[in-house]
Write a protein that binds this ligand. Structure first.
Ligand SMILES: NC(=O)c1ccc[n+]([C@@H]2O[C@H](COP(=O)([O-])OP(=O)(O)OC[C@H]3O[C@@H](n4cnc5c(N)ncnc54)[C@H](OP(=O)(O)O)[C@@H]3O)[C@@H](O)[C@H]2O)c1
Length: 337
């Protein structure tokens, strides 16, 4: 039997709510004692913590999850292995996932966990076969892509964006990405097969976008909201579809800004459809997505892009960096080497 008294848990707490941009000083790392598990609970050793733009939005207020407040262990989706169990559902050695938090060990009730079936590797399970890939897959499923259409994707070099672009290519679309640097733009074009990329940090972003798609945009996969969303509204085709996946440009500040110009005017005149979604809405179709994504990976139609940071203590900087655009592909923290 495992001696939990011998285990020390390292946990990262939110020490203070960020006033504007998230800083290292908003977090605090503490060593704590593990409490014994009770009936229906399991003790989990965490392997990977997913670094998600949404982690920052959870500090702003209530989203699809309760707000993270000072004094809380920082929330975060993670993959781990059961190392002690008082549950009928999970036994020692089972892989589980869920909001396990930024820590080495988590104690959770069985109801809070999902069994993770690792089809390939643990890291692929966290990237293309995980929430990231499924978000891209189901978001584009809602867009009902047609061959030859022009698809524009923001935060294209990020976790969800790069997979969305690669899937849109498989459907035979012209794919244009939006990102913050020429280095990322070259990577998207040369490594991942995007047709073109526009750098939103350039002053002539709107002109560049117009030049790259004079035919205008049929589908916009929006990961960022804010000023980019506003600019893209003007570049949409009549009857275009906008998939609202997230609004990362609005997360790393005290509160989201007021809405963009062109809403609802341009939505009316261009007869646009805006469709928001949360990947968890598609829980009943997750096996279908995993199978399809795996098939595309095996056929080399999707190249997994992972950005792995080592060590729990580096988790705050991993998130701060992601919000500043440091990452290419899916960022995750591996707890141990
Ligand atoms: N609906 C769902 O179920 C669901 C699920 C997962 C994720 N999401 C959403 O998907 C989006 C991407 O999330 P992710 O976790 O995959 O993160 P990510 O794309 O890997 O990283 C975030 C990226 O956003 C870009 N960014 C940061 N600030 C920006 C700004 N002000 N304007 C434009 N771009 C900015 C940065 O790339 P650049 O270098 O290009 O600026 C950064 O790399 C988020 O909006 C998230 O909320 C939604």
């Amino acid at each position: 039997m495992l001696d939990t008294n011998a285990l020390v848990n390292t946990q990262i707490f939110l020490k203070s709510s960020p006033k504007e941009k998230l800083l290292q000083e908003n977090f605090e790392l503490k060593e704590t004692k593990l409490t014994p598990i009770i009936d229906n609970q399991v003790l989990i050793e965490i392997i990977y913590i997913s670094i998600d733009a949404a982690n920052r939005a959870w500090m702003q207020g209530r989203t699809y999850r309760s707000q993270i407040l000072p004094g809380d262990v920082m929330g975060g989706y993670a993959l781990g292995k059961v190392i002690e169990s008082r549950s009928e559902k999970f036994k020692i050695g089972d892989y589980v996932e869920g909001d396990l938090g930024w820590q080495n060990y988590a104690i959770r009730d069985e109801k809070e966990l999902i069994r993770a079936s690792i089809r390939s590797s643990e890291n692929l399970h966290m990237s293309v076969l995980g929430i990231t890939g499924k978000t891209a897959y189901f978001g584009l499923d809602l867009a009902k892509l047609k061959k030859g259409e022009t698809v524009l994707i923001s935060a294209a070099a990020g976790a969800v964006g790069n997979v969305a672009g690669q899937i849109a290519k498989i459907y035979g679309c012209k794919v244009i990405g939006i990102t913050s640097s020429d280095e990322k733009a070259n990577w998207l074009i040369n490594e991942l097969g995007f047709d073109a990329v526009v750098n939103y940090k350039n002053n002539n972003f709107v002109k560049d976008l117009r030049k790259l798609c004079p035919e205008k945009v049929d589908v916009y996969f929006d990961n960022v909201g804010g000023p980019i969303f506003e600019s893209v509204l003007f570049a949409m085709n009549n009857f275009g579809r906008i998939i609202c996946c997230g609004a990362v440009s609005q997360y790393d500040q005290a509160a989201p800004e007021s809405g963009p110009r062109g809403v609802p005017g341009l939505i009316v005149t261009k007869r646009l459809t805006l469709r928001g979604f949360i990947v968890m809405d598609f829980e009943d179709r997750k096996k279908e997505a995993e199978k399809q994504l795996m098939d595309w990976i095996e056929k080399k139609q999707i190249k997994p892009a992972e950005d792995i940071v080592i060590g729990l203590q580096n988790t705050p900087n991993a998130l701060i960096g992601l919000l500043n655009g440091d990452n290419k592909g899916k960022r995750m923290v591996r707890i141990n080497k």
